[in-house]
Design a protein around this ligand. Structure first.
Ligand code: ADP
Length: 253
């Protein structure tokens, strides 16, 4: 095991993380004191009913939005202590994003889309790493194609390569299979898992799909802006059971 690989290390941490949108009677407590750790070198899914705070949590952890109170860290950097310029730098240098809508630039080839984050950061591509990503994601014969000439699943694989090309500390994936058919979705999920197991990356994925969540090493369940469950080595069945338990709790209250 090389010196950069500490399986027990924490990639992302939140303590009493709270987000309130609006004020007065219109105030919505989207996150209500979240304490959570995401291990480095692991694939973690965040699940919960619609409106439970999944996107808000991801946005705060990734430096896309600021917290009302509480703290979040990416490695040793306190994300909640950064100003706008610091958050921009953190997103560019240390975080990779995969969105439901792929967000590729239509006039660029797959290869150009993949290396775009390096161009923006003024960094030269590492040919060995680029080669590994392209081979792992099965994109070698698609590099000169534009997004319009690729299937949804292929476009999302390009987006994953783009998210990984800077070797970010963490990749945040927001419903990455939401626009894919089941075959394309399954491929994307196995590539996310491979990028963790074989390439040592860290992935945090928001999803509402129990079978997607079952690809992860662990599932964190949210309900009403709080952590409401934690499932290690999830299966579609254990995730469904966890979600059902949340619903039952809701009915009791
Ligand atoms: P999820 O991703 O689990 O569906 P969200 O994080 O999107 O949940 O939303 C959590 C709560 O915060 C919901 O009640 C939602 O309506 C509210 N919310 C999210 N974003 C905003 C916003 N920009 N302004 C006001 N309320 C918001």
């Amino acid at each position: 095991m090389d010196s950069q690989h500490h399986p027990a290390a924490t990639a992302v941490r939140a303590r009493a993380l709270t987000k309130v949108y609006g004020s007065g009677e219109a105030a919505v407590r989207a996150l209500d004191g979240v304490d959570v750790d995401f291990a480095a070198g692991a694939f973690t899914a965040i699940m919960g009913p619609s409106g439970s705070g999944k996107s808000t949590l991801m946005h705060l952890l990734a430096g896309l939005d600021s917290a009302t109170s509480g703290q979040a860290w990416l490695g040793d950097t306190e994300v909640t202590g950064l100003d706008d310029a610091g958050m921009t730098l953190l997103r560019r240098e240390r975080v990779g994003f995969v969105f439901q809508a792929f967000n590729l630039l239509p006039m660029f080839t797959a290869a150009q889309n993949i290396t775009l984050p390096l161009e923006l950061a003024g960094r030269a591509p590492d040919p060995a790493w680029l080669g590994t990503l392209v081979a792992t994601l099965g994109l070698a014969d698609r590099l000169t194609h534009r997004p319009g000439e690729l299937s949804g699943g292929q476009q999302q694989r390009v987006a994953i390569a783009r998210a990984l090309v800077t070797r970010p500390d963490v990749v945040f994936a927001d419903e990455p299979t939401g626009n894919l058919d089941s075959r394309g979705g399954a491929q994307v999920l196995s590539f996310l898992r491979t990028s963790v197991r074989e390439l040592g990356r860290t992935v945090v994925m928001v999803t509402h799909d129990p079978s997607a969540a079952a690809y992860a090493d662990r599932v964190v369940l949210l309900a009403d802006g709080r952590v409401a469950g934690d499932i290690v080595d999830p299966t579609p069945e254990s995730v469904l059971a966890g979600l059902d338990a949340l619903r039952t709790l809701d009915e009791v209250h």
